[in-house]
Design a protein around this ligand. Structure first.
Ligand code: SF4
Ligand code: SF4
Length: 397
């Protein structure tokens, strides 16, 4: 991110914060926050049990359920399912960006159609990292986005959000005609019901979940006990992520499309998919500290983080932005990766935890991972790099 992008990002963050602050003091929202904190704490404590339950319930509901130990296994499962297809459609998802799915499929000659407007803009711009979990391109101004669309899509659009949206939409819809598989994440997953809950505003998930095959990928930390719990989680996520009470859509996916209207014979694939696949991703989560898995993915922490506000998405790991991303990388990747993701940029100010709906203790986790890196000698390199930055730029960032 350059300086202009950071200024633009902070402008967008301010707007988001103003909208959100109006809601946060409402007693119903405070009550929801307490409830979701209890749900998340109970869920990460019982992750193994929830995983066993989810395997059983999803399978009973007619969903193929897989547990992928790591990113390679998740990507192999997906490329096996979509083998022979020329193009697949996908939505915005941290789990999909964590496993590097788009690159994996493109390396195999497949077109990956990004359906989220912000993600599609980043794809056209050749950028791989979002600025915010629900606003991937909010570091770009309308004029910059229009310029990207004109240059990369070869269509004329004015510096006007409506024109940009119309141009990208018609291009994506045309590309979707050649896709029969939709790949999405899931915001929260109800183990006892065998249901995945996915929120969106654009309507793209609705389309993807109705394709012939729908694949959902989610971290095992997304599991909660019931559908009611999952809906509570996504409601709170929406309040903190967008400053609105509810998203335009909450999709609940509990199985393939089916009908029994002819002699009570069950037939799959009426208007929606005849194949639904759920891939639960471990990728280091089962060895991560429970507190690091409480997250509901709202992005509130980065809006208030002074370091993120200065350096942008250099601080974090793929879609997991800010201090929590650096910590998570230690478990999803390795300690050296955590250092590269900004482990030593964190000032331990704890503002992120104050603004976090589930009070995730990022600074404590940063200190814990730093102590481990120090034991492995990784901190010496980080300190050398910081000293070099201060020498060259006059700043440690
Ligand atoms: S503790 Fe670290 S990650 Fe959290 S707001 Fe402060 S600088 Fe950012
Ligand atoms: S750590 Fe907290 S504030 Fe940050 S994304 Fe997760 S739930 Fe939201």
């Amino acid at each position: 991110m350059n300086e202009d992008s950071i200024i633009q990002m902070k402008k967008s963050f301010r707007k988001l914060d103003e909208r959100r602050l109006k809601l946060l003091d409402e007693p119903e929202i405070q009550e929801l926050r307490d409830r979701v904190t209890r749900i998340r704490e109970e869920s990460v404590r019982n992750m193994d049990k929830l995983l066993r339950t989810a395997r059983k319930t999803f399978t009973e509901n007619g969903v193929e359920f897989h547990l992928a130990a790591d990113a390679d296994e998740a990507c192999s499962l997906i490329s096996g399912i979509v083998a022979g297809e020329d193009a697949v459609a996908k939505s915005k998802s941290n789990a999909l960006s964590e496993i590097g799915l788009s690159g994996h499929l493109r390396d195999r000659g497949m077109e990956v159609v990004e359906t989220d407007l912000g993600d599609r803009i980043l794809q056209l711009a050749g950028e791989s990292r979002p600025a915010h979990p629900v606003g991937p391109a909010l570091h770009l101004s309308t004029g910059e986005i229009a310029g990207i669309v004109r240059e990369k899509m070869g269509v004329h659009v004015a510096d006007d959000p409506l024109e940009i949206m119309a141009a990208v939409k018609s291009d994506v819809l045309r590309r979707l005609e050649s896709c029969s598989t939709g790949i999405t994440g899931a915001n929260s997953v109800a183990a006892y019901d065998g249901s995945a809950v996915i929120v969106h505003n654009e309507g793209n998930i609705g389309r993807l979940s109705l394709m012939d095959t729908h694949i959902m990928v989610f971290g095992i930390d997304r599991l909660v006990p019931t559908l009611e719990d999952a809906v509570s989680v996504v409601k709170l996520e929406t309040v903190y992520a967008t400053g609105t009470r509810v998203p335009s859509y909450i999709n609940v996916i509990s199985g393939p499309s089916k009908t029994a209207d002819i002699e009570k014979m069950l037939i799959r694939g009426m208007y929606g998919p005849d194949r639904v696949v759920a891939i639960a991703l471990d990728n280091g989560r089962s060895s991560a500290p429970a507190e690091s898995l409480l997250c509901i993915g709202c992005g509130s922490c980065i809006v208030s983080c002074p370091v993120y506000g200065s350096v942008g998405n250099r601080f974090g790991y793929r879609g997991y932005l800010g201090g929590r991303g650096a910590v998570l990388r230690r478990y999803l990747d390795d300690g050296e990766g955590a250092v590269e993701s900004g482990l030593y940029m964190c000032t331990l100010c704890r503002l992120c935890s104050e603004k976090c709906p589930v009070s995730l203790p990022t600074a404590d986790l940063v200190e814990m991972v730093r102590a481990e890196c120090q034991r492995k000698g990784l901190s010496r390199r980080a300190h050398r790099e910081i000293a070099e930055r201060i020498r060259k730029r006059g700043s440690p960032l």
